[in-house]
Ligand binder design. Structure first.
Ligand SMILES: NC(=O)c1ccc[n+]([C@@H]2O[C@H](COP(=O)([O-])OP(=O)(O)OC[C@H]3O[C@@H](n4cnc5c(N)ncnc54)[C@H](O)[C@@H]3O)[C@@H](O)[C@H]2O)c1
Length: 551
């Protein structure tokens, strides 16, 4: 820093990048020193607007040559993580636009870069600073909501035209199904559920009713709903809609606690309202939220309100930059550090996995354990290679056993089998019914032991694309009753699933398994499955597994 002044470089001189000029004007000891944009004219224009002395068209050059302490990353979404990582590696502080990243892999790289850097990383989630959000947070902090356990957040922002002006939005916001822009919705809610995080998500959409300027349907469904299960057991519902024709509603929320609730206004002219057991005369009387400002809005917010009003997003832009500069100066930790940023980003990324898998509940990783002992090891993967499709063996079904589909009403029998092999901890009949609904048609195989009517083996075929296997089918939940060992039943159900996936046209067929499941792996190998080795660690793990199989 030159004296106490923090010198900023802005990368991305579009609408958002330029907006930081108004914010910098409200704060002392900060100056925009450099501007970088691949579009030189834009870089020049924003440099003139902000008084920046240096302009660049190459980001690496700016990092290398500009006299800057920090960068504001205001480029399209897929550049946020790589550009943040590049700055952190040079110990240049980063304020990154939202969301933090566009893939789980990028999130991991970001966490590692933050760990290894001396610089501060903060994500510029600005909605968390808006007055109603801060006021509700204070009411929660004072215990007036009791325990908060349910919330809703909506981001409804019709941007079909903006999509054409900023084509990256067409690709990254409306070109992927699921919640592609979650931080403004989940961010405030996490402020009201302190210490909590989303542990799993399930996402579904409302279908496609609009076309882009070229007549193409958007990949993202018009409205998607993401249900978030919280670590505390609570539930959050997020709605994202960037396509439907209707007025904007970008900051619409609800919160429910044991002693109070909050509903934000949906349209101009309406008021935010709360019901709080301690302050309302009965259970039918709402209080306008603004009536609580004088008593409960934190002094800090009130004191800076005048300045904050001169910036965008209800003053949120002012507080984001003020907090970032305080963190750069070492006065306090960044308000939205990398893990908080990923708590707001990862539920969206995992919602995209969920919706691609027919709304399956998907775990949301905790970035805090990445790179530590607690990090769960990825499972081993195997693929059934297309060159073996024609020679898939047809294992014989032993006498007294019958291969068929599961039937409604057999949920308890299925659970009994799964418990025997140690799979079904915590599963309920409703979970099995969900499997039945989501499985590929004709893909829920069981083997019945005819003399007893028991189910003694099972496997499932699911549509389950993942980053490494786009448009893939998976062999799921293979189990065989140990009491019926040696009859080749695991082979029977596995081959049945593979055959079905081939018939349905899948070219990529994979499974997940664990290093210690040697008999199961032997079964898969004997049918023609092959280890899927994608990095050095996997190679080492497979070498060990194969070594143990041959002793
Ligand atoms: N927090 C908020 O409230 C808020 C509001 C608006 C936008 N945003 C975020 O800000 C970001 C930018 O949005 P925008 O509306 O300004 O988009 P924009 O398209 O107007 O601007 C992006 C700019 O980045 C430049 N760019 C692209 N690739 C580059 C590269 N490799 N190096 C340097 N410059 C490059 C483009 O030329 C363009 O000028 C987005 O991630 C968006 O989600 C956040």
């Amino acid at each position: 820093m030159a004296g106490d002044t923090v010198r900023l470089g802005i990368v991305g001189a579009g609408g958002r990048g330029a907006s930081f000029k108004a914010t910098c004007d409200t704060l002392p000891d900060v100056q925009i020193q450099a501007v970088c944009d691949v579009d030189e004219a834009r870089a020049q224009r924003v440099a003139e607007l902000t008084g920046a002395k240096q302009t660049f068209t190459d980001y690496e050059q700016m990092l290398e040559k500009a006299d800057i302490d920090a960068v504001i990353v205001a480029t399209p979404m897929p550049l946020h993580a790589p550009q943040s990582v590049a700055a952190l590696r040079r110990n240049i502080h980063v304020l990154s636009e939202v969301p933090a990243a566009v893939s789980v892999e990028e999130c991991k790289q970001l966490v590692q870069a933050v760990r290894e850097s001396k610089a501060v990383y903060m994500m510029a989630e600005n909605y968390i600073y808006a007055k109603p959000i801060v006021l509700v947070k204070e009411l929660v902090r004072r215990g007036l909501f009791g325990t908060t356990y349910y919330a809703e957040g909506e981001y409804i922002h019709e941007l079909k035209e903006l999509n054409e002006l900023t084509p990256w939005r067409r690709r990254w916001q409306t070109g992927i199904n699921g919640n592609t822009y979650p931080t403004h919705s989940i961010g405030p809610i996490l402020e009201w559920m302190p210490g909590d995080r989303v542990v799993s998500v399930c996402c579904a959409g409302s279908g496609h009713h609009y076309r882009d300027a070229r007549g193409e349907l958007y990949e993202n469904e018009d409205s998607t709903i993401t249900l978030c299960k919280m670590r505390s057991g609570g539930l959050v519902k997020l709605r994202l809609d960037m396509l439907s024709d209707r007025p904007h509603a970008m900051n619409v929320y609800q919160l429910q606690g044991t002693d109070g609730c909050y509903e934000s206004a949906r349209a101009p002219g309406e008021h935010d309202r709360v019901w709080l057991r301690d302050l309302c005369p009965d259970m039918n009387t709402w209080l306008p939220l603004h009536e609580l400002e004088e008593q409960f809005l934190p002094e800090d917010w009130k004191r800076q309100e005048e300045l904050a009003r001169r910036t965008g997003h209800g003053g949120g832009d002012y507080f984001v930059l003020a907090d970032f500069l305080a963190a750069v100066r070492g006065e306090r930790p960044p308000a939205v550090d990398v893990h908080t940023a990923l708590d707001m980003t990862l539920p969206g990324l995992m919602s995209q996995v969920s919706i691609a898998q027919g709304g399956r509940w998907v775990d949301v990783p905790d970035s805090r354990v990445w790179g530590t002992e607690e990090e769960p090891k990825p499972q081993l993967q195997m693929v059934f290679p297309p060159h073996r499709f024609a020679s898939l063996p047809e294992p014989p079904i032993p006498a007294g056993y019958r291969l068929r589909q599961i039937r409604p009403g057999e949920e308890e029998k299925y659970l009994a089998l799964m418990r025997k092999v140690g799979f079904a901890e915590g599963w309920t009949v409703a979970d099995v019914q969900r499997f039945m609904r989501n499985v590929l048609p004709g893909g829920f195989f069981v083997v019945e032991h005819e003399p007893t009517g028991e189910l003694v083996a099972t496997a499932m075929a699911n549509h389950a694309p993942r980053e490494q296997h786009p448009n893939a089918g998976v062999l799921d939940w293979v189990a065989a009753d140990p009491a019926h060992q040696g009859k080749g039943l695991g082979k029977v159900v596995t081959a049945a699933v593979v055959r079905l996936l081939i018939q349905r046209g899948y070219e990529r067929i994979y499974l997940l398994t664990d290093d210690w499941r040697l008999p199961a792996i032997a079964t898969y190998l004997s049918l023609g499955w092959e280890p899927y080795i994608y990095d050095e660690q996997m190679r080492e793990r497979w070498e060990k597994v194969m070594g143990r199989m041959h002793v």
